[in-house]
Design a protein around this ligand. Structure first.
Ligand code: ADE
Length: 436
């Protein structure tokens, strides 16, 4: 990009300009680049003689388009003074901007995305909803993504809902149909965890998928110190067992008070789960059931046990994460929060990874490989390198079935197998009969 004649923009600064496209990659040897357009007016914006601004690491520049054609729906353009592929190498990913006042005026009722993003949304009676953070397109029309107090809300950009759009005052008044804001609010999943080790639980919530879900506002998790619900000077949460014997038993009243307080402040939960080794096994099916609720309370037991009346009068469910005894329910509660959260829409970025999970359909997962092609003398199976999608798909199904049959055959009795998988399973069984 050395010998170009650049003129610094005088009428607009970079932040006030709007993006009209992004350089995808160089094209050919004569300085052309392919552009991913982000404008409705591709031919006008990317015609020879038009100006666009870029900001590489060494500063903002105005470039003049010297040559332009549209190929496969995308502009392929060259800039004056940048005549060789070496001049445009390193420009991939750069935004192309123009000053806002150079934009084409739109018909009344149509808006550029940058005019809407940042506007404050409020209801007709002036109640704030939140700022517009994004505009989403889709088959059903555009929607405003608004950062509400309890998470993101999607509001259709329709005249009967967004009744007053004032892009100068940066304000959008909405008349939401009944239930729209509440419907979106339900997408936020609430967890309340009651424990005598709140810091241990908080540490387990801070990172990874759950931490991100909390940050994004899709998960709303509160951790409660059980000792805050005691009434005695020593803040006791346990007592000696009736009938004698070793160990202490967790008292029912602090747990019951904690649940009452949560109900009063955060609404009635769909389930109050006591985690304990005596519970029903916590399975993927159980995680799916809980993920359909919008509010779950988890009670962590400690010591030798929990007063039986917590089970019968406070909890609605009792779940165990496996046939072993942990020293307390905290890790078990974190396991439940993790497995349930990743099923809540918006928590895991790519929904396909949840659908394709091991156990999502009752099977173990197929093997996975990444580079290098050979490691520890073992090669990646050839089919995965073949680029043959249909064969890869079949190989994954076969290996998942084989692995399930070898390691966890009992899962196959309740797995949701399709026609193809049933036939494959038959094939594998016959194979094994022949060479046991
Ligand atoms: N508390 C102690 N052990 C447990 C387990 N295996 N599952 C759930 N809660 C527990």
């Amino acid at each position: 990009m050395n010998n170009a004649e650049y003129v610094l923009p005088t009428m607009a600064n970079w932040d006030d300009m709007v993006v009209v496209g992004r350089i995808a990659r160089p094209h050919g040897l004569r300085g052309h680049v392919v552009v991913n357009p982000e404008t409705d007016f591709v031919e006008e914006r990317f015609r020879p003689g038009a100006h666009v601004w870029i900001r590489p690491a060494d500063g903002e520049r105005r470039l003049t388009i010297a040559d332009a054609r549209v190929q496969g729906g995308r502009p392929v353009i060259a800039f004056e003074g940048l005549d060789h592929v070496e001049d445009v190498e390193g420009m991939s990913g750069l935004e192309l901007r123009i000053p806002e006042d150079a934009l084409q005026p739109l018909e009344p009722g149509r808006y550029y995305e940058h005019q809407l993003v940042g506007c404050t949304v409020e209801t007709m009676d002036g109640a704030p909803v939140g700022p517009v953070v994004r505009v989403e397109g889709g088959a059903g029309g555009s929607r405003l993504a608004v950062e509400g107090a309890r998470g993101e809300i999607l509001i259709p950009l329709a005249a009967d809902i967004c009744v007053d759009i004032d892009v100068v005052a940066r304000r959008i008044r909405i008349n939401p149909p009944e239930g729209l804001l509440e419907l979106n609010e339900k997408l936020v999943m609430k967890f309340d965890i009651v424990t005598i080790f709140p810091r241990m639980v908080e540490a387990g919530l801070a990172e990874g998928v759950v931490g991100r879900g909390i940050e994004r506002g899709v998960l709303d998790v509160e951790v409660h110190d059980l000792r805050d619900y005691t009434t005695d000077r020593h803040r006791s949460v346990d007592d000696v067992p009736y009938g004698g014997g070793p160990g202490m038993v967790m008292k029912p009243e602090p747990l019951a008070r904690a649940v009452e307080d949560i109900k009063a402040r955060r609404g009635a939960p769909g389930a109050v789960v006591l985690v304990s080794p005596q519970g029903r096994p916590f399975t993927q099916a159980e995680a799916v059931r809980l993920s359909r609720l919008s509010h779950i309370v988890l009670l962590c037991g400690r010591y030798e046990g929990v007063d039986e009346r917590v089970r019968t009068a406070v909890a609605t469910d009792e779940l165990s994460i496996g046939d072993y005894v942990l020293s307390g329910g905290e890790l078990a509660a974190l396991v439940v929060v993790d497995a349930v959260s990743r099923l809540v829409p918006g928590v895991v970025g790519d929904a396909r990874s949840v659908e394709e999970d091991s156990f999502a359909r009752g099977l173990l997962d197929h093997p996975h490989y990444t580079r290098p092609p050979e490691f520890a003398g073992q090669k990646v199976p050839g089919v995965l390198l073949s680029g043959h999608h249909e064969e890869v798909r079949r190989w994954r199904k076969m290996t998942a079935l084989r692995r399930t049959l070898d390691r966890r055959p009992e899962l196959l009795t309740s797995a949701a197998l399709d026609e193809e998988e049933r036939a494959m399973l038959e094939e594998i069984r016959k194979e094994q009969e022949r060479e046991p």
